[in-house]
Design a protein around this ligand. Structure first.
Ligand code: SAH
Length: 346
């Protein structure tokens, strides 16, 4: 039986060096291969032109390169680009390039489907198929960086983990990808330009704090009332707001990094004064800002964006309490690339 070949990109640089030494070759070959894989984005061993033919064949015999392929690109009227990304096993995730006047942001996926069950989100309907591995996450970023340079003449400036999946349910791989993105051998991007968004898993938020991560944290709150939150985000019944709040206090005590709450206001669900008061109270526990995001309908008609009056009420009450709040318009709606719309429709 033929042995299954290993994905060469699961090896560290040190392991690559050791591999070459074990083959009776020089250790610096490992550095060369590492550079081909991570800085030059090689898709095949034949691309590695500074290696001898024998070395390339030897690599071919032992390893595969499980790179991603951007299958399909769609561009929105507002400039937003959505990539359908085919993985080595045929599964597909989506990632998005969001250009503004001052930034170009990559919105990347961390899982195929999602572990959680938010009732207003199209990705949740896909269920979780599997976690992405670190280089599948890293590759999405590289692909978008290249697109950004081609289309807008500038490199990527920011990354948000707000695509498909719950990043904290695939934390190890997300962390490894971020290590690569921020390391000088990868993209050398500052972790301050990276935001990881979570639906709010207290145990994992504490772990991030313990690990002293340097990226920013966003929490999809949507309600500061347990009963309402449990209805729209059923998994959260296991994580009462008190626990979430304590984990966020812990996070802030360790990192001193302000949290962003993402919040959609829906008609008849959280557009009343009681919901507003609960949010204002919740915002006082830990330094934060609030992004009121526009609802992007996902076709089942159960949820409706609240009236602008309700949203203005939110803004008024938050600002009166010195809490920074912004209304975020969605980008890429016409191509189903906006928050909560990623579901491999095409
Ligand atoms: N699982 C993580 C990462 C996904 S981020 C998290 O929940 O934070 C996607 C963001 O879009 C989340 O804030 C999510 O709550 C929000 N969202 C999901 N469906 C949406 C929809 N239909 N309209 C607007 N925002 C939505």
């Amino acid at each position: 039986m033929q042995m299954e070949k290993k994905d060469i990109r699961s090896l560290t640089k040190e392991q690559l060096r050791e591999f070459f030494v074990a083959q009776g070759d020089k250790s610096f070959r490992g550095n060369q291969v590492y550079e081909w894989l991570w800085s030059k984005g090689a898709h095949g061993f034949e691309d590695m032109s500074n290696l001898s033919k024998e070395s390339r064949q030897m690599l071919e015999a032992h390893f595969v390169i499980n790179h991603i392929n951007v299958d399909q690109k769609q561009q929105s009227a507002d400039g937003t680009v959505k990539n359908a990304v085919r993985l080595h096993d045929g599964l597909i995730v989506e990632s998005v390039l969001i250009p503004t006047n001052t930034r170009t942001t990559a919105c990347v996926s961390s899982q195929v489907g999602c572990s959680l069950d938010c009732t207003f989100c199209a990705t949740a309907q896909l269920k979780r198929m599997r976690n992405l591995n670190p280089d599948e996450i890293y590759d999405q970023v590289i692909a978008i960086d290249q697109e950004s340079r081609q289309l807008f003449g500038r490199p990527l400036s920011n990354i948000v983990f707000m695509g498909m999946g719950e990043p904290l349910m695939n934390y190890n791989n997300v962390q490894k990808a971020i290590d690569k993105i921020t390391s000088p051998e990868g993209m050398g991007m500052s972790p301050k330009r990276i935001t990881v968004s979570t639906s709010g898993i207290p145990k994992m938020i504490r772990k991030l704090a313990d690990d002293e991560v340097k990226f920013k944290l966003a929490v999809s709150l949507h309600s500061a009332i347990d009963e309402i939150r449990a209805e729209i985000m059923p998994f959260s019944a296991n994580f009462p707001l008190r626990e979430l709040r304590e984990s966020l206090e812990y996070w802030y005590a360790k990192t001193r990094s302000r949290i962003t709450y993402e919040y959609v206001v829906w008609k008849g669900i959280n557009d009343d004064q009681k919901s507003i008061d609960a949010l204002v109270k919740f915002c006082k526990y830990v330094p934060c800002k609030v992004n009121l995001i526009e609802y992007n309908p996902i076709d089942d008609g159960k949820f409706q964006q609240a009236d602008s009056e309700a949203i203005n009420n939110y803004i008024k009450c938050l600002e009166r309490n010195d809490i920074v709040a912004k209304v975020r318009r969605s980008r890429g709606k016409d191509i189903d690339a906006a928050c909560g719309q990623l579901a491999n429709k095409s």
